[in-house]
Design a protein. Structure first.
Length: 181
């Protein structure tokens, strides 16, 4: 066993470089509380599924009263609140750094601005690096409560044009007028 030399240690306040696989990106995601991260039980190096609940769209009929969807499966947690080794989440706010593909990173940037992000532990480990949004990965409030979705309003048929037939001697002319004249 060799003793540890002072030069092998990082200075106070400095952290080791981020370890990210080739072609991947590190994206930090703010969570409201540690509850959004399985009550703070997730540790760096473990894998999570990432879920989004869109906000500010309550009046949108397509949301069926609200929706949560799975964005990604099996994403590696790099760090939690700047710690690479242990969960240092707090009850108030937690920043989680995830290892994502470039496509996933773009989606995550938009999703964190447009909704609430929650993570769930996945024992399956690393996912396929794709986007998981499909019909089976969504749950609407109407489905959860066992309610029928509101019926979609019928699309109005465009009004039929107004037709004027004119006869000038032996010549017939037909003029059609629509909304735009």
């Amino acid at each position: 066993a060799k003793p540890i030399a002072t030069g092998q240690l990082y200075p106070a306040g400095e952290t080791p470089p981020i370890q990210v696989e080739a072609g991947m990106r590190a994206i930090s995601v703010p969570l409201e509380s540690s509850v959004d991260l399985v009550d703070g039980l997730i540790k760096p190096g473990e894998y999570v599924d990432v879920h989004m609940t869109p906000t500010g769209m309550n009046n949108d009929k397509r949301m069926n009263g609200g929706m949560t969807l799975t964005l990604f499966n099996g994403v590696r947690v790099i760090a939690i609140n700047r710690s690479y080794t242990q969960n240092s989440s707090s009850r108030r706010g937690t920043n989680v750094t995830l290892e994502l593909t470039p496509e996933q990173a773009n989606i995550m940037i938009l999703a964190r601005d447009r909704g609430e992000i929650t993570m769930s532990y996945t024992p399956e480990g690393k996912g396929n690096g794709g986007v998981a949004v499909s019909s089976s990965e969504k749950a609407t409030l109407y489905e959860i409560l066992g309610l029928k979705s509101p019926e979609k309003p019928k699309e109005e048929e465009p009004p039929k044009p107004f037709v004027v037939e004119g006869y000038y001697g032996s010549t017939r002319s037909v003029n059609k007028f629509d909304r735009d004249g």
